[in-house]
Design a protein. Structure first.
Length: 401
């Protein structure tokens, strides 16, 4: 992934600033820290980059989603509409909140569709937890219209789409709150970390207090800070934040390189008859972290993926992935947890063990994705495309005896 590709002296310098003071904690210790506030700087960098009024860094993308749900008041028994194609963390966060996930169909945007959401709304629906999957936007116009009409809030799990925009505005700013992940597999990495953005100061403050046992972070006497709510520890540490800061500064370069490479790929692969791509809601706003192929049918997709493996081209066939698509989520379907949750008590409105997702399956079984690298040379990309064209064309050729 781009962040790991570009890891270097900039990250080391920011980490050394922290190691030199020894203040690994993001709050307090004003004298000892000698003006070094990496978490605060990291937040400011993400706010500046996305145009958000407020940003809060936390310990992971998962705890960022949990913090958003909590700050938005999503809890006991609330229905939350979620996609069947996402990293499973999205669903776990809903369950950990004591809320109930309700699955809706995705379409060729690889995200929840407005019609899918409409069909899944129940009288108990409190929020849509929209995932902008694989680096690009969902159909926000359609989805915002349904949310408004049905009076449910939109919350954006933007873990995979930092840097992507829709009609010029950064993803994560369309709902009440949006979150990003900085784990090792995302556009930027800081080891483990997450950032929440919002234009709503009160929501961000609630998330901030929640992420640190209710502390309101006023003054420099931690033990005497007032507490309006309880919370837990979802804090980011200064070392992780320092790395995140260095990585975030590289975002404009990363996104522009990825987009350049995507354009080259798209140009070349458009010449293959019968091959389609992910449906883009705003093609220019794609962070271009992945390139997505939609083959004509499942058999051709499987054959292409096999050919890609033989040719040494990395890529993902999400339909079979254990952590990203509901088809393989037996643990979710059976609510397997070491403790009793609200969802066990109240039950799910959908029978996930028998439920099918025909529209989502029809997209997922044809989908192959591969990472767009930042550091490709033109020659490397050209060689890869030649191999890829071969892998696709030979899979699509009708079998002749
Ligand atoms: C990665 C990811 C998360 C979780 O982020 P972590 O930093 O790994 O906890 C949540 N949602 C989605 C869609 C993700 O891709």
């Amino acid at each position: 992934m781009p962040g790991t590709e570009l890891f270097g002296d900039e990250e080391r310098k920011e980490v050394m600033d922290v190691l030199n003071t020894g203040v690994l904690f993001r709050y307090n210790h004003d004298a000892q820290r000698q003006g070094i506030w990496k978490a605060k700087e990291f937040e400011a960098e993400i706010a500046k980059f996305t145009g958000a009024k407020h940003a809060l860094a936390v310990s992971s993308g998962s705890t960022a989603v949990s913090s958003m749900l909590a700050a938005c008041g999503v809890g006991y028994g609330d229905h939350v509409i979620v996609p069947p194609f996402t990293f499973v963390a999205t669903i776990e966060a809903v369950l950990f909140a004591g809320a109930i996930p309700v699955f809706a169909e995705i379409d060729e945007t690889l995200c929840l569709s407005a019609e899918g959401i409409r069909a899944a709304i129940t009288p108990k629906t409190k929020a849509v937890l929209l995932v902008h999957m694989c680096g690009a936007s969902a159909d926000l116009d359609g989805i915002l219209a349904v949310c408004k009409e049905k009076n449910v809030m939109l919350i954006e799990d933007t873990a995979q789409a930092l840097g992507a925009t829709y009609k010029g505005k950064h993803l994560g700013l369309f709902g009440k709150m949006g979150s990003f992940s900085f784990d090792f597999f995302k556009i930027n990495t800081c080891g483990e970390g997450g950032v929440i953005i919002s234009d709503d100061e009160q929501l961000i403050k609630t998330a901030e207090h929640l992420s640190d046992h209710g502390h309101n972070h006023e003054g420099d006497n931690r033990g005497m800070e007032p507490h309006h709510i309880m919370g837990t520890n979802f804090r980011i540490g200064e070392i992780n934040a320092a790395i995140g800061l260095a990585q975030a500064r590289k975002l404009p370069f990363i996104i522009s390189q990825q987009r350049k490479h995507k354009a080259i790929i798209q140009e070349r692969l458009s010449k293959i008859p019968g091959l389609a791509f992910r449906k883009q809601c705003d093609d220019a706003g794609d962070s271009a972290t992945f390139f997505h192929l939609l083959l004509p049918d499942e058999a051709t997709a499987r054959a292409t993926f096999k050919n890609m493996g033989v040719a040494g081209i990395g890529g993902g066939y999400w339909y079979d992935n254990m952590y990203h698509y509901i088809k393989q989520w037996s643990h979710v379907k059976e609510l397997k947890m070491p403790f009793r949750m609200v969802a066990h008590e109240l039950g799910l409105p959908q029978d996930l063990k028998t439920m099918t997702f025909p529209q989502s399956d029809a997209v997922m079984c044809r989908l192959i994705s591969f990472n767009i690298r930042v550091t490709w040379t033109e020659a490397e990309l050209d060689a890869l495309l030649t191999k890829l064209e071969g892998a696709i064309v030979s899979a699509m050729k009708p079998v002749t005896a």
